[in-house]
Design a protein around this ligand. Sequence first.
Ligand code: PLP
Length: 430
Amino acid sequence: MASFHTPGHKNRFLKSFNNLFELDLTELDATDDLYNPKGPIVEAEQLAASYFGAKKVLFSTSGNTLCIQAMLRLAVPSKSKIICARNLHKSALGAIILLDLEPIWVFPEVQEEERGLPGRITSKSVEMHLKKNPNARAVYITSPDYYGCMCDVEKISSHCKKNNTPLLVDNAHGTHLACLDPSLHPIALGADISSDSAHKTLPVLTSGAFLNINNDNYLEDATGSMALFGSTSPSFPILASLDLCRDWMQKNGRAEFSRLERKVRYIENLATQKGISLPPGRTDPTRISLGVGSIGISPGECAKIFRKFAVEPEFASDFYLILIPSPFNTDENFENLERAILSLEKKEQKKEISLDIPKEFDARQILSPREAFFAENKKVSVECSVGKIASRGICPCPPGFLFVAPGEEITEESAFFMKKTGILDILVVK
Ligand SMILES: Cc1ncc(COP(=O)(O)O)c(C=O)c1O
């Protein structure tokens, strides 16, 4: 099957990885210690920092989840406010609970032509929230999202800088943006810290990620913050793959991604000619999100058709079929994808979008996410949950949107969206 899903190495990167057991080592003089590095790991991380243009880069072998935990631990003291995008990954919600943070939610804006997508956080709403919450310790956004939609990081970061508030970006899906010309990586656009799930789009073993820090205030405690949550037995093959990936990006990234951009543009043109819609606005030029609902085909049905052409997509959402290509896809992979798209037959009726992202609603935070999560709880049906305080957050990914936060009063609106996503019961505070 042609892999149009993670990981980005597409199972064909380096011969040295043919025998993983040779690389699977422990902390020795020659291999160094990830959470107390003095030798080759410092060197590798410094090379990565100079590549990304950051003051410090730390390697993670526990995914972007660990980077998000460390990023929030570094920038936001416990019980402090954080201006936080409501379209966030559940790993960030977990970190907010563990660290006892007080989120001030910013809802993304969804234009009519963006229905079926989680929408984008606008610089205007960040500016407004910064004004209203001068004591917030950081702004946290996700960009790009799973569908490739990107926020205006440059503008958001300029508002943050004016207010002396750091901008933290969950860049899980965008490590490779550093390879574009010009770079669209959040660090290049002014973010203070970014967490990068390198394994999703680059030749890195699954769970390999980078934490990029570009603010002097967060350098000293950075390794300690990673160590707080990370395993004491980090995987050396994953570390090696991160270092080799940085070398590959430095030598080949720009040329390889510019080739990939051209292939993706070709595929997108083909799709548009077929009547398939694409996410509008600012997007990652290498992510393929096909709005096959616009030609009346459900993404699940489309995935089945694609598999007949030996194309395995990443995910079928309500309206979009998401494919994650990388420079390690072969020309043959793209030919299969082209044939698969050409085989699609438009239906009479457009597919209805059944899962809209809720417009901003009055989310009343009664308890902190941490208090609610660790409180005594009981299971109730979503039907009977309105007015009760959620003990667990409901944050399905995709769409990667928080329907209800722990500690929040469940509204008619959030219950409606939970039912729509097939969630029938929820733990509420007793
Ligand atoms: C937006 C986003 N953030 C964070 C994560 C967590 O990353 P990882 O799986 O590398 O821990 C994901 C994973 O899918 C994600 O999509």
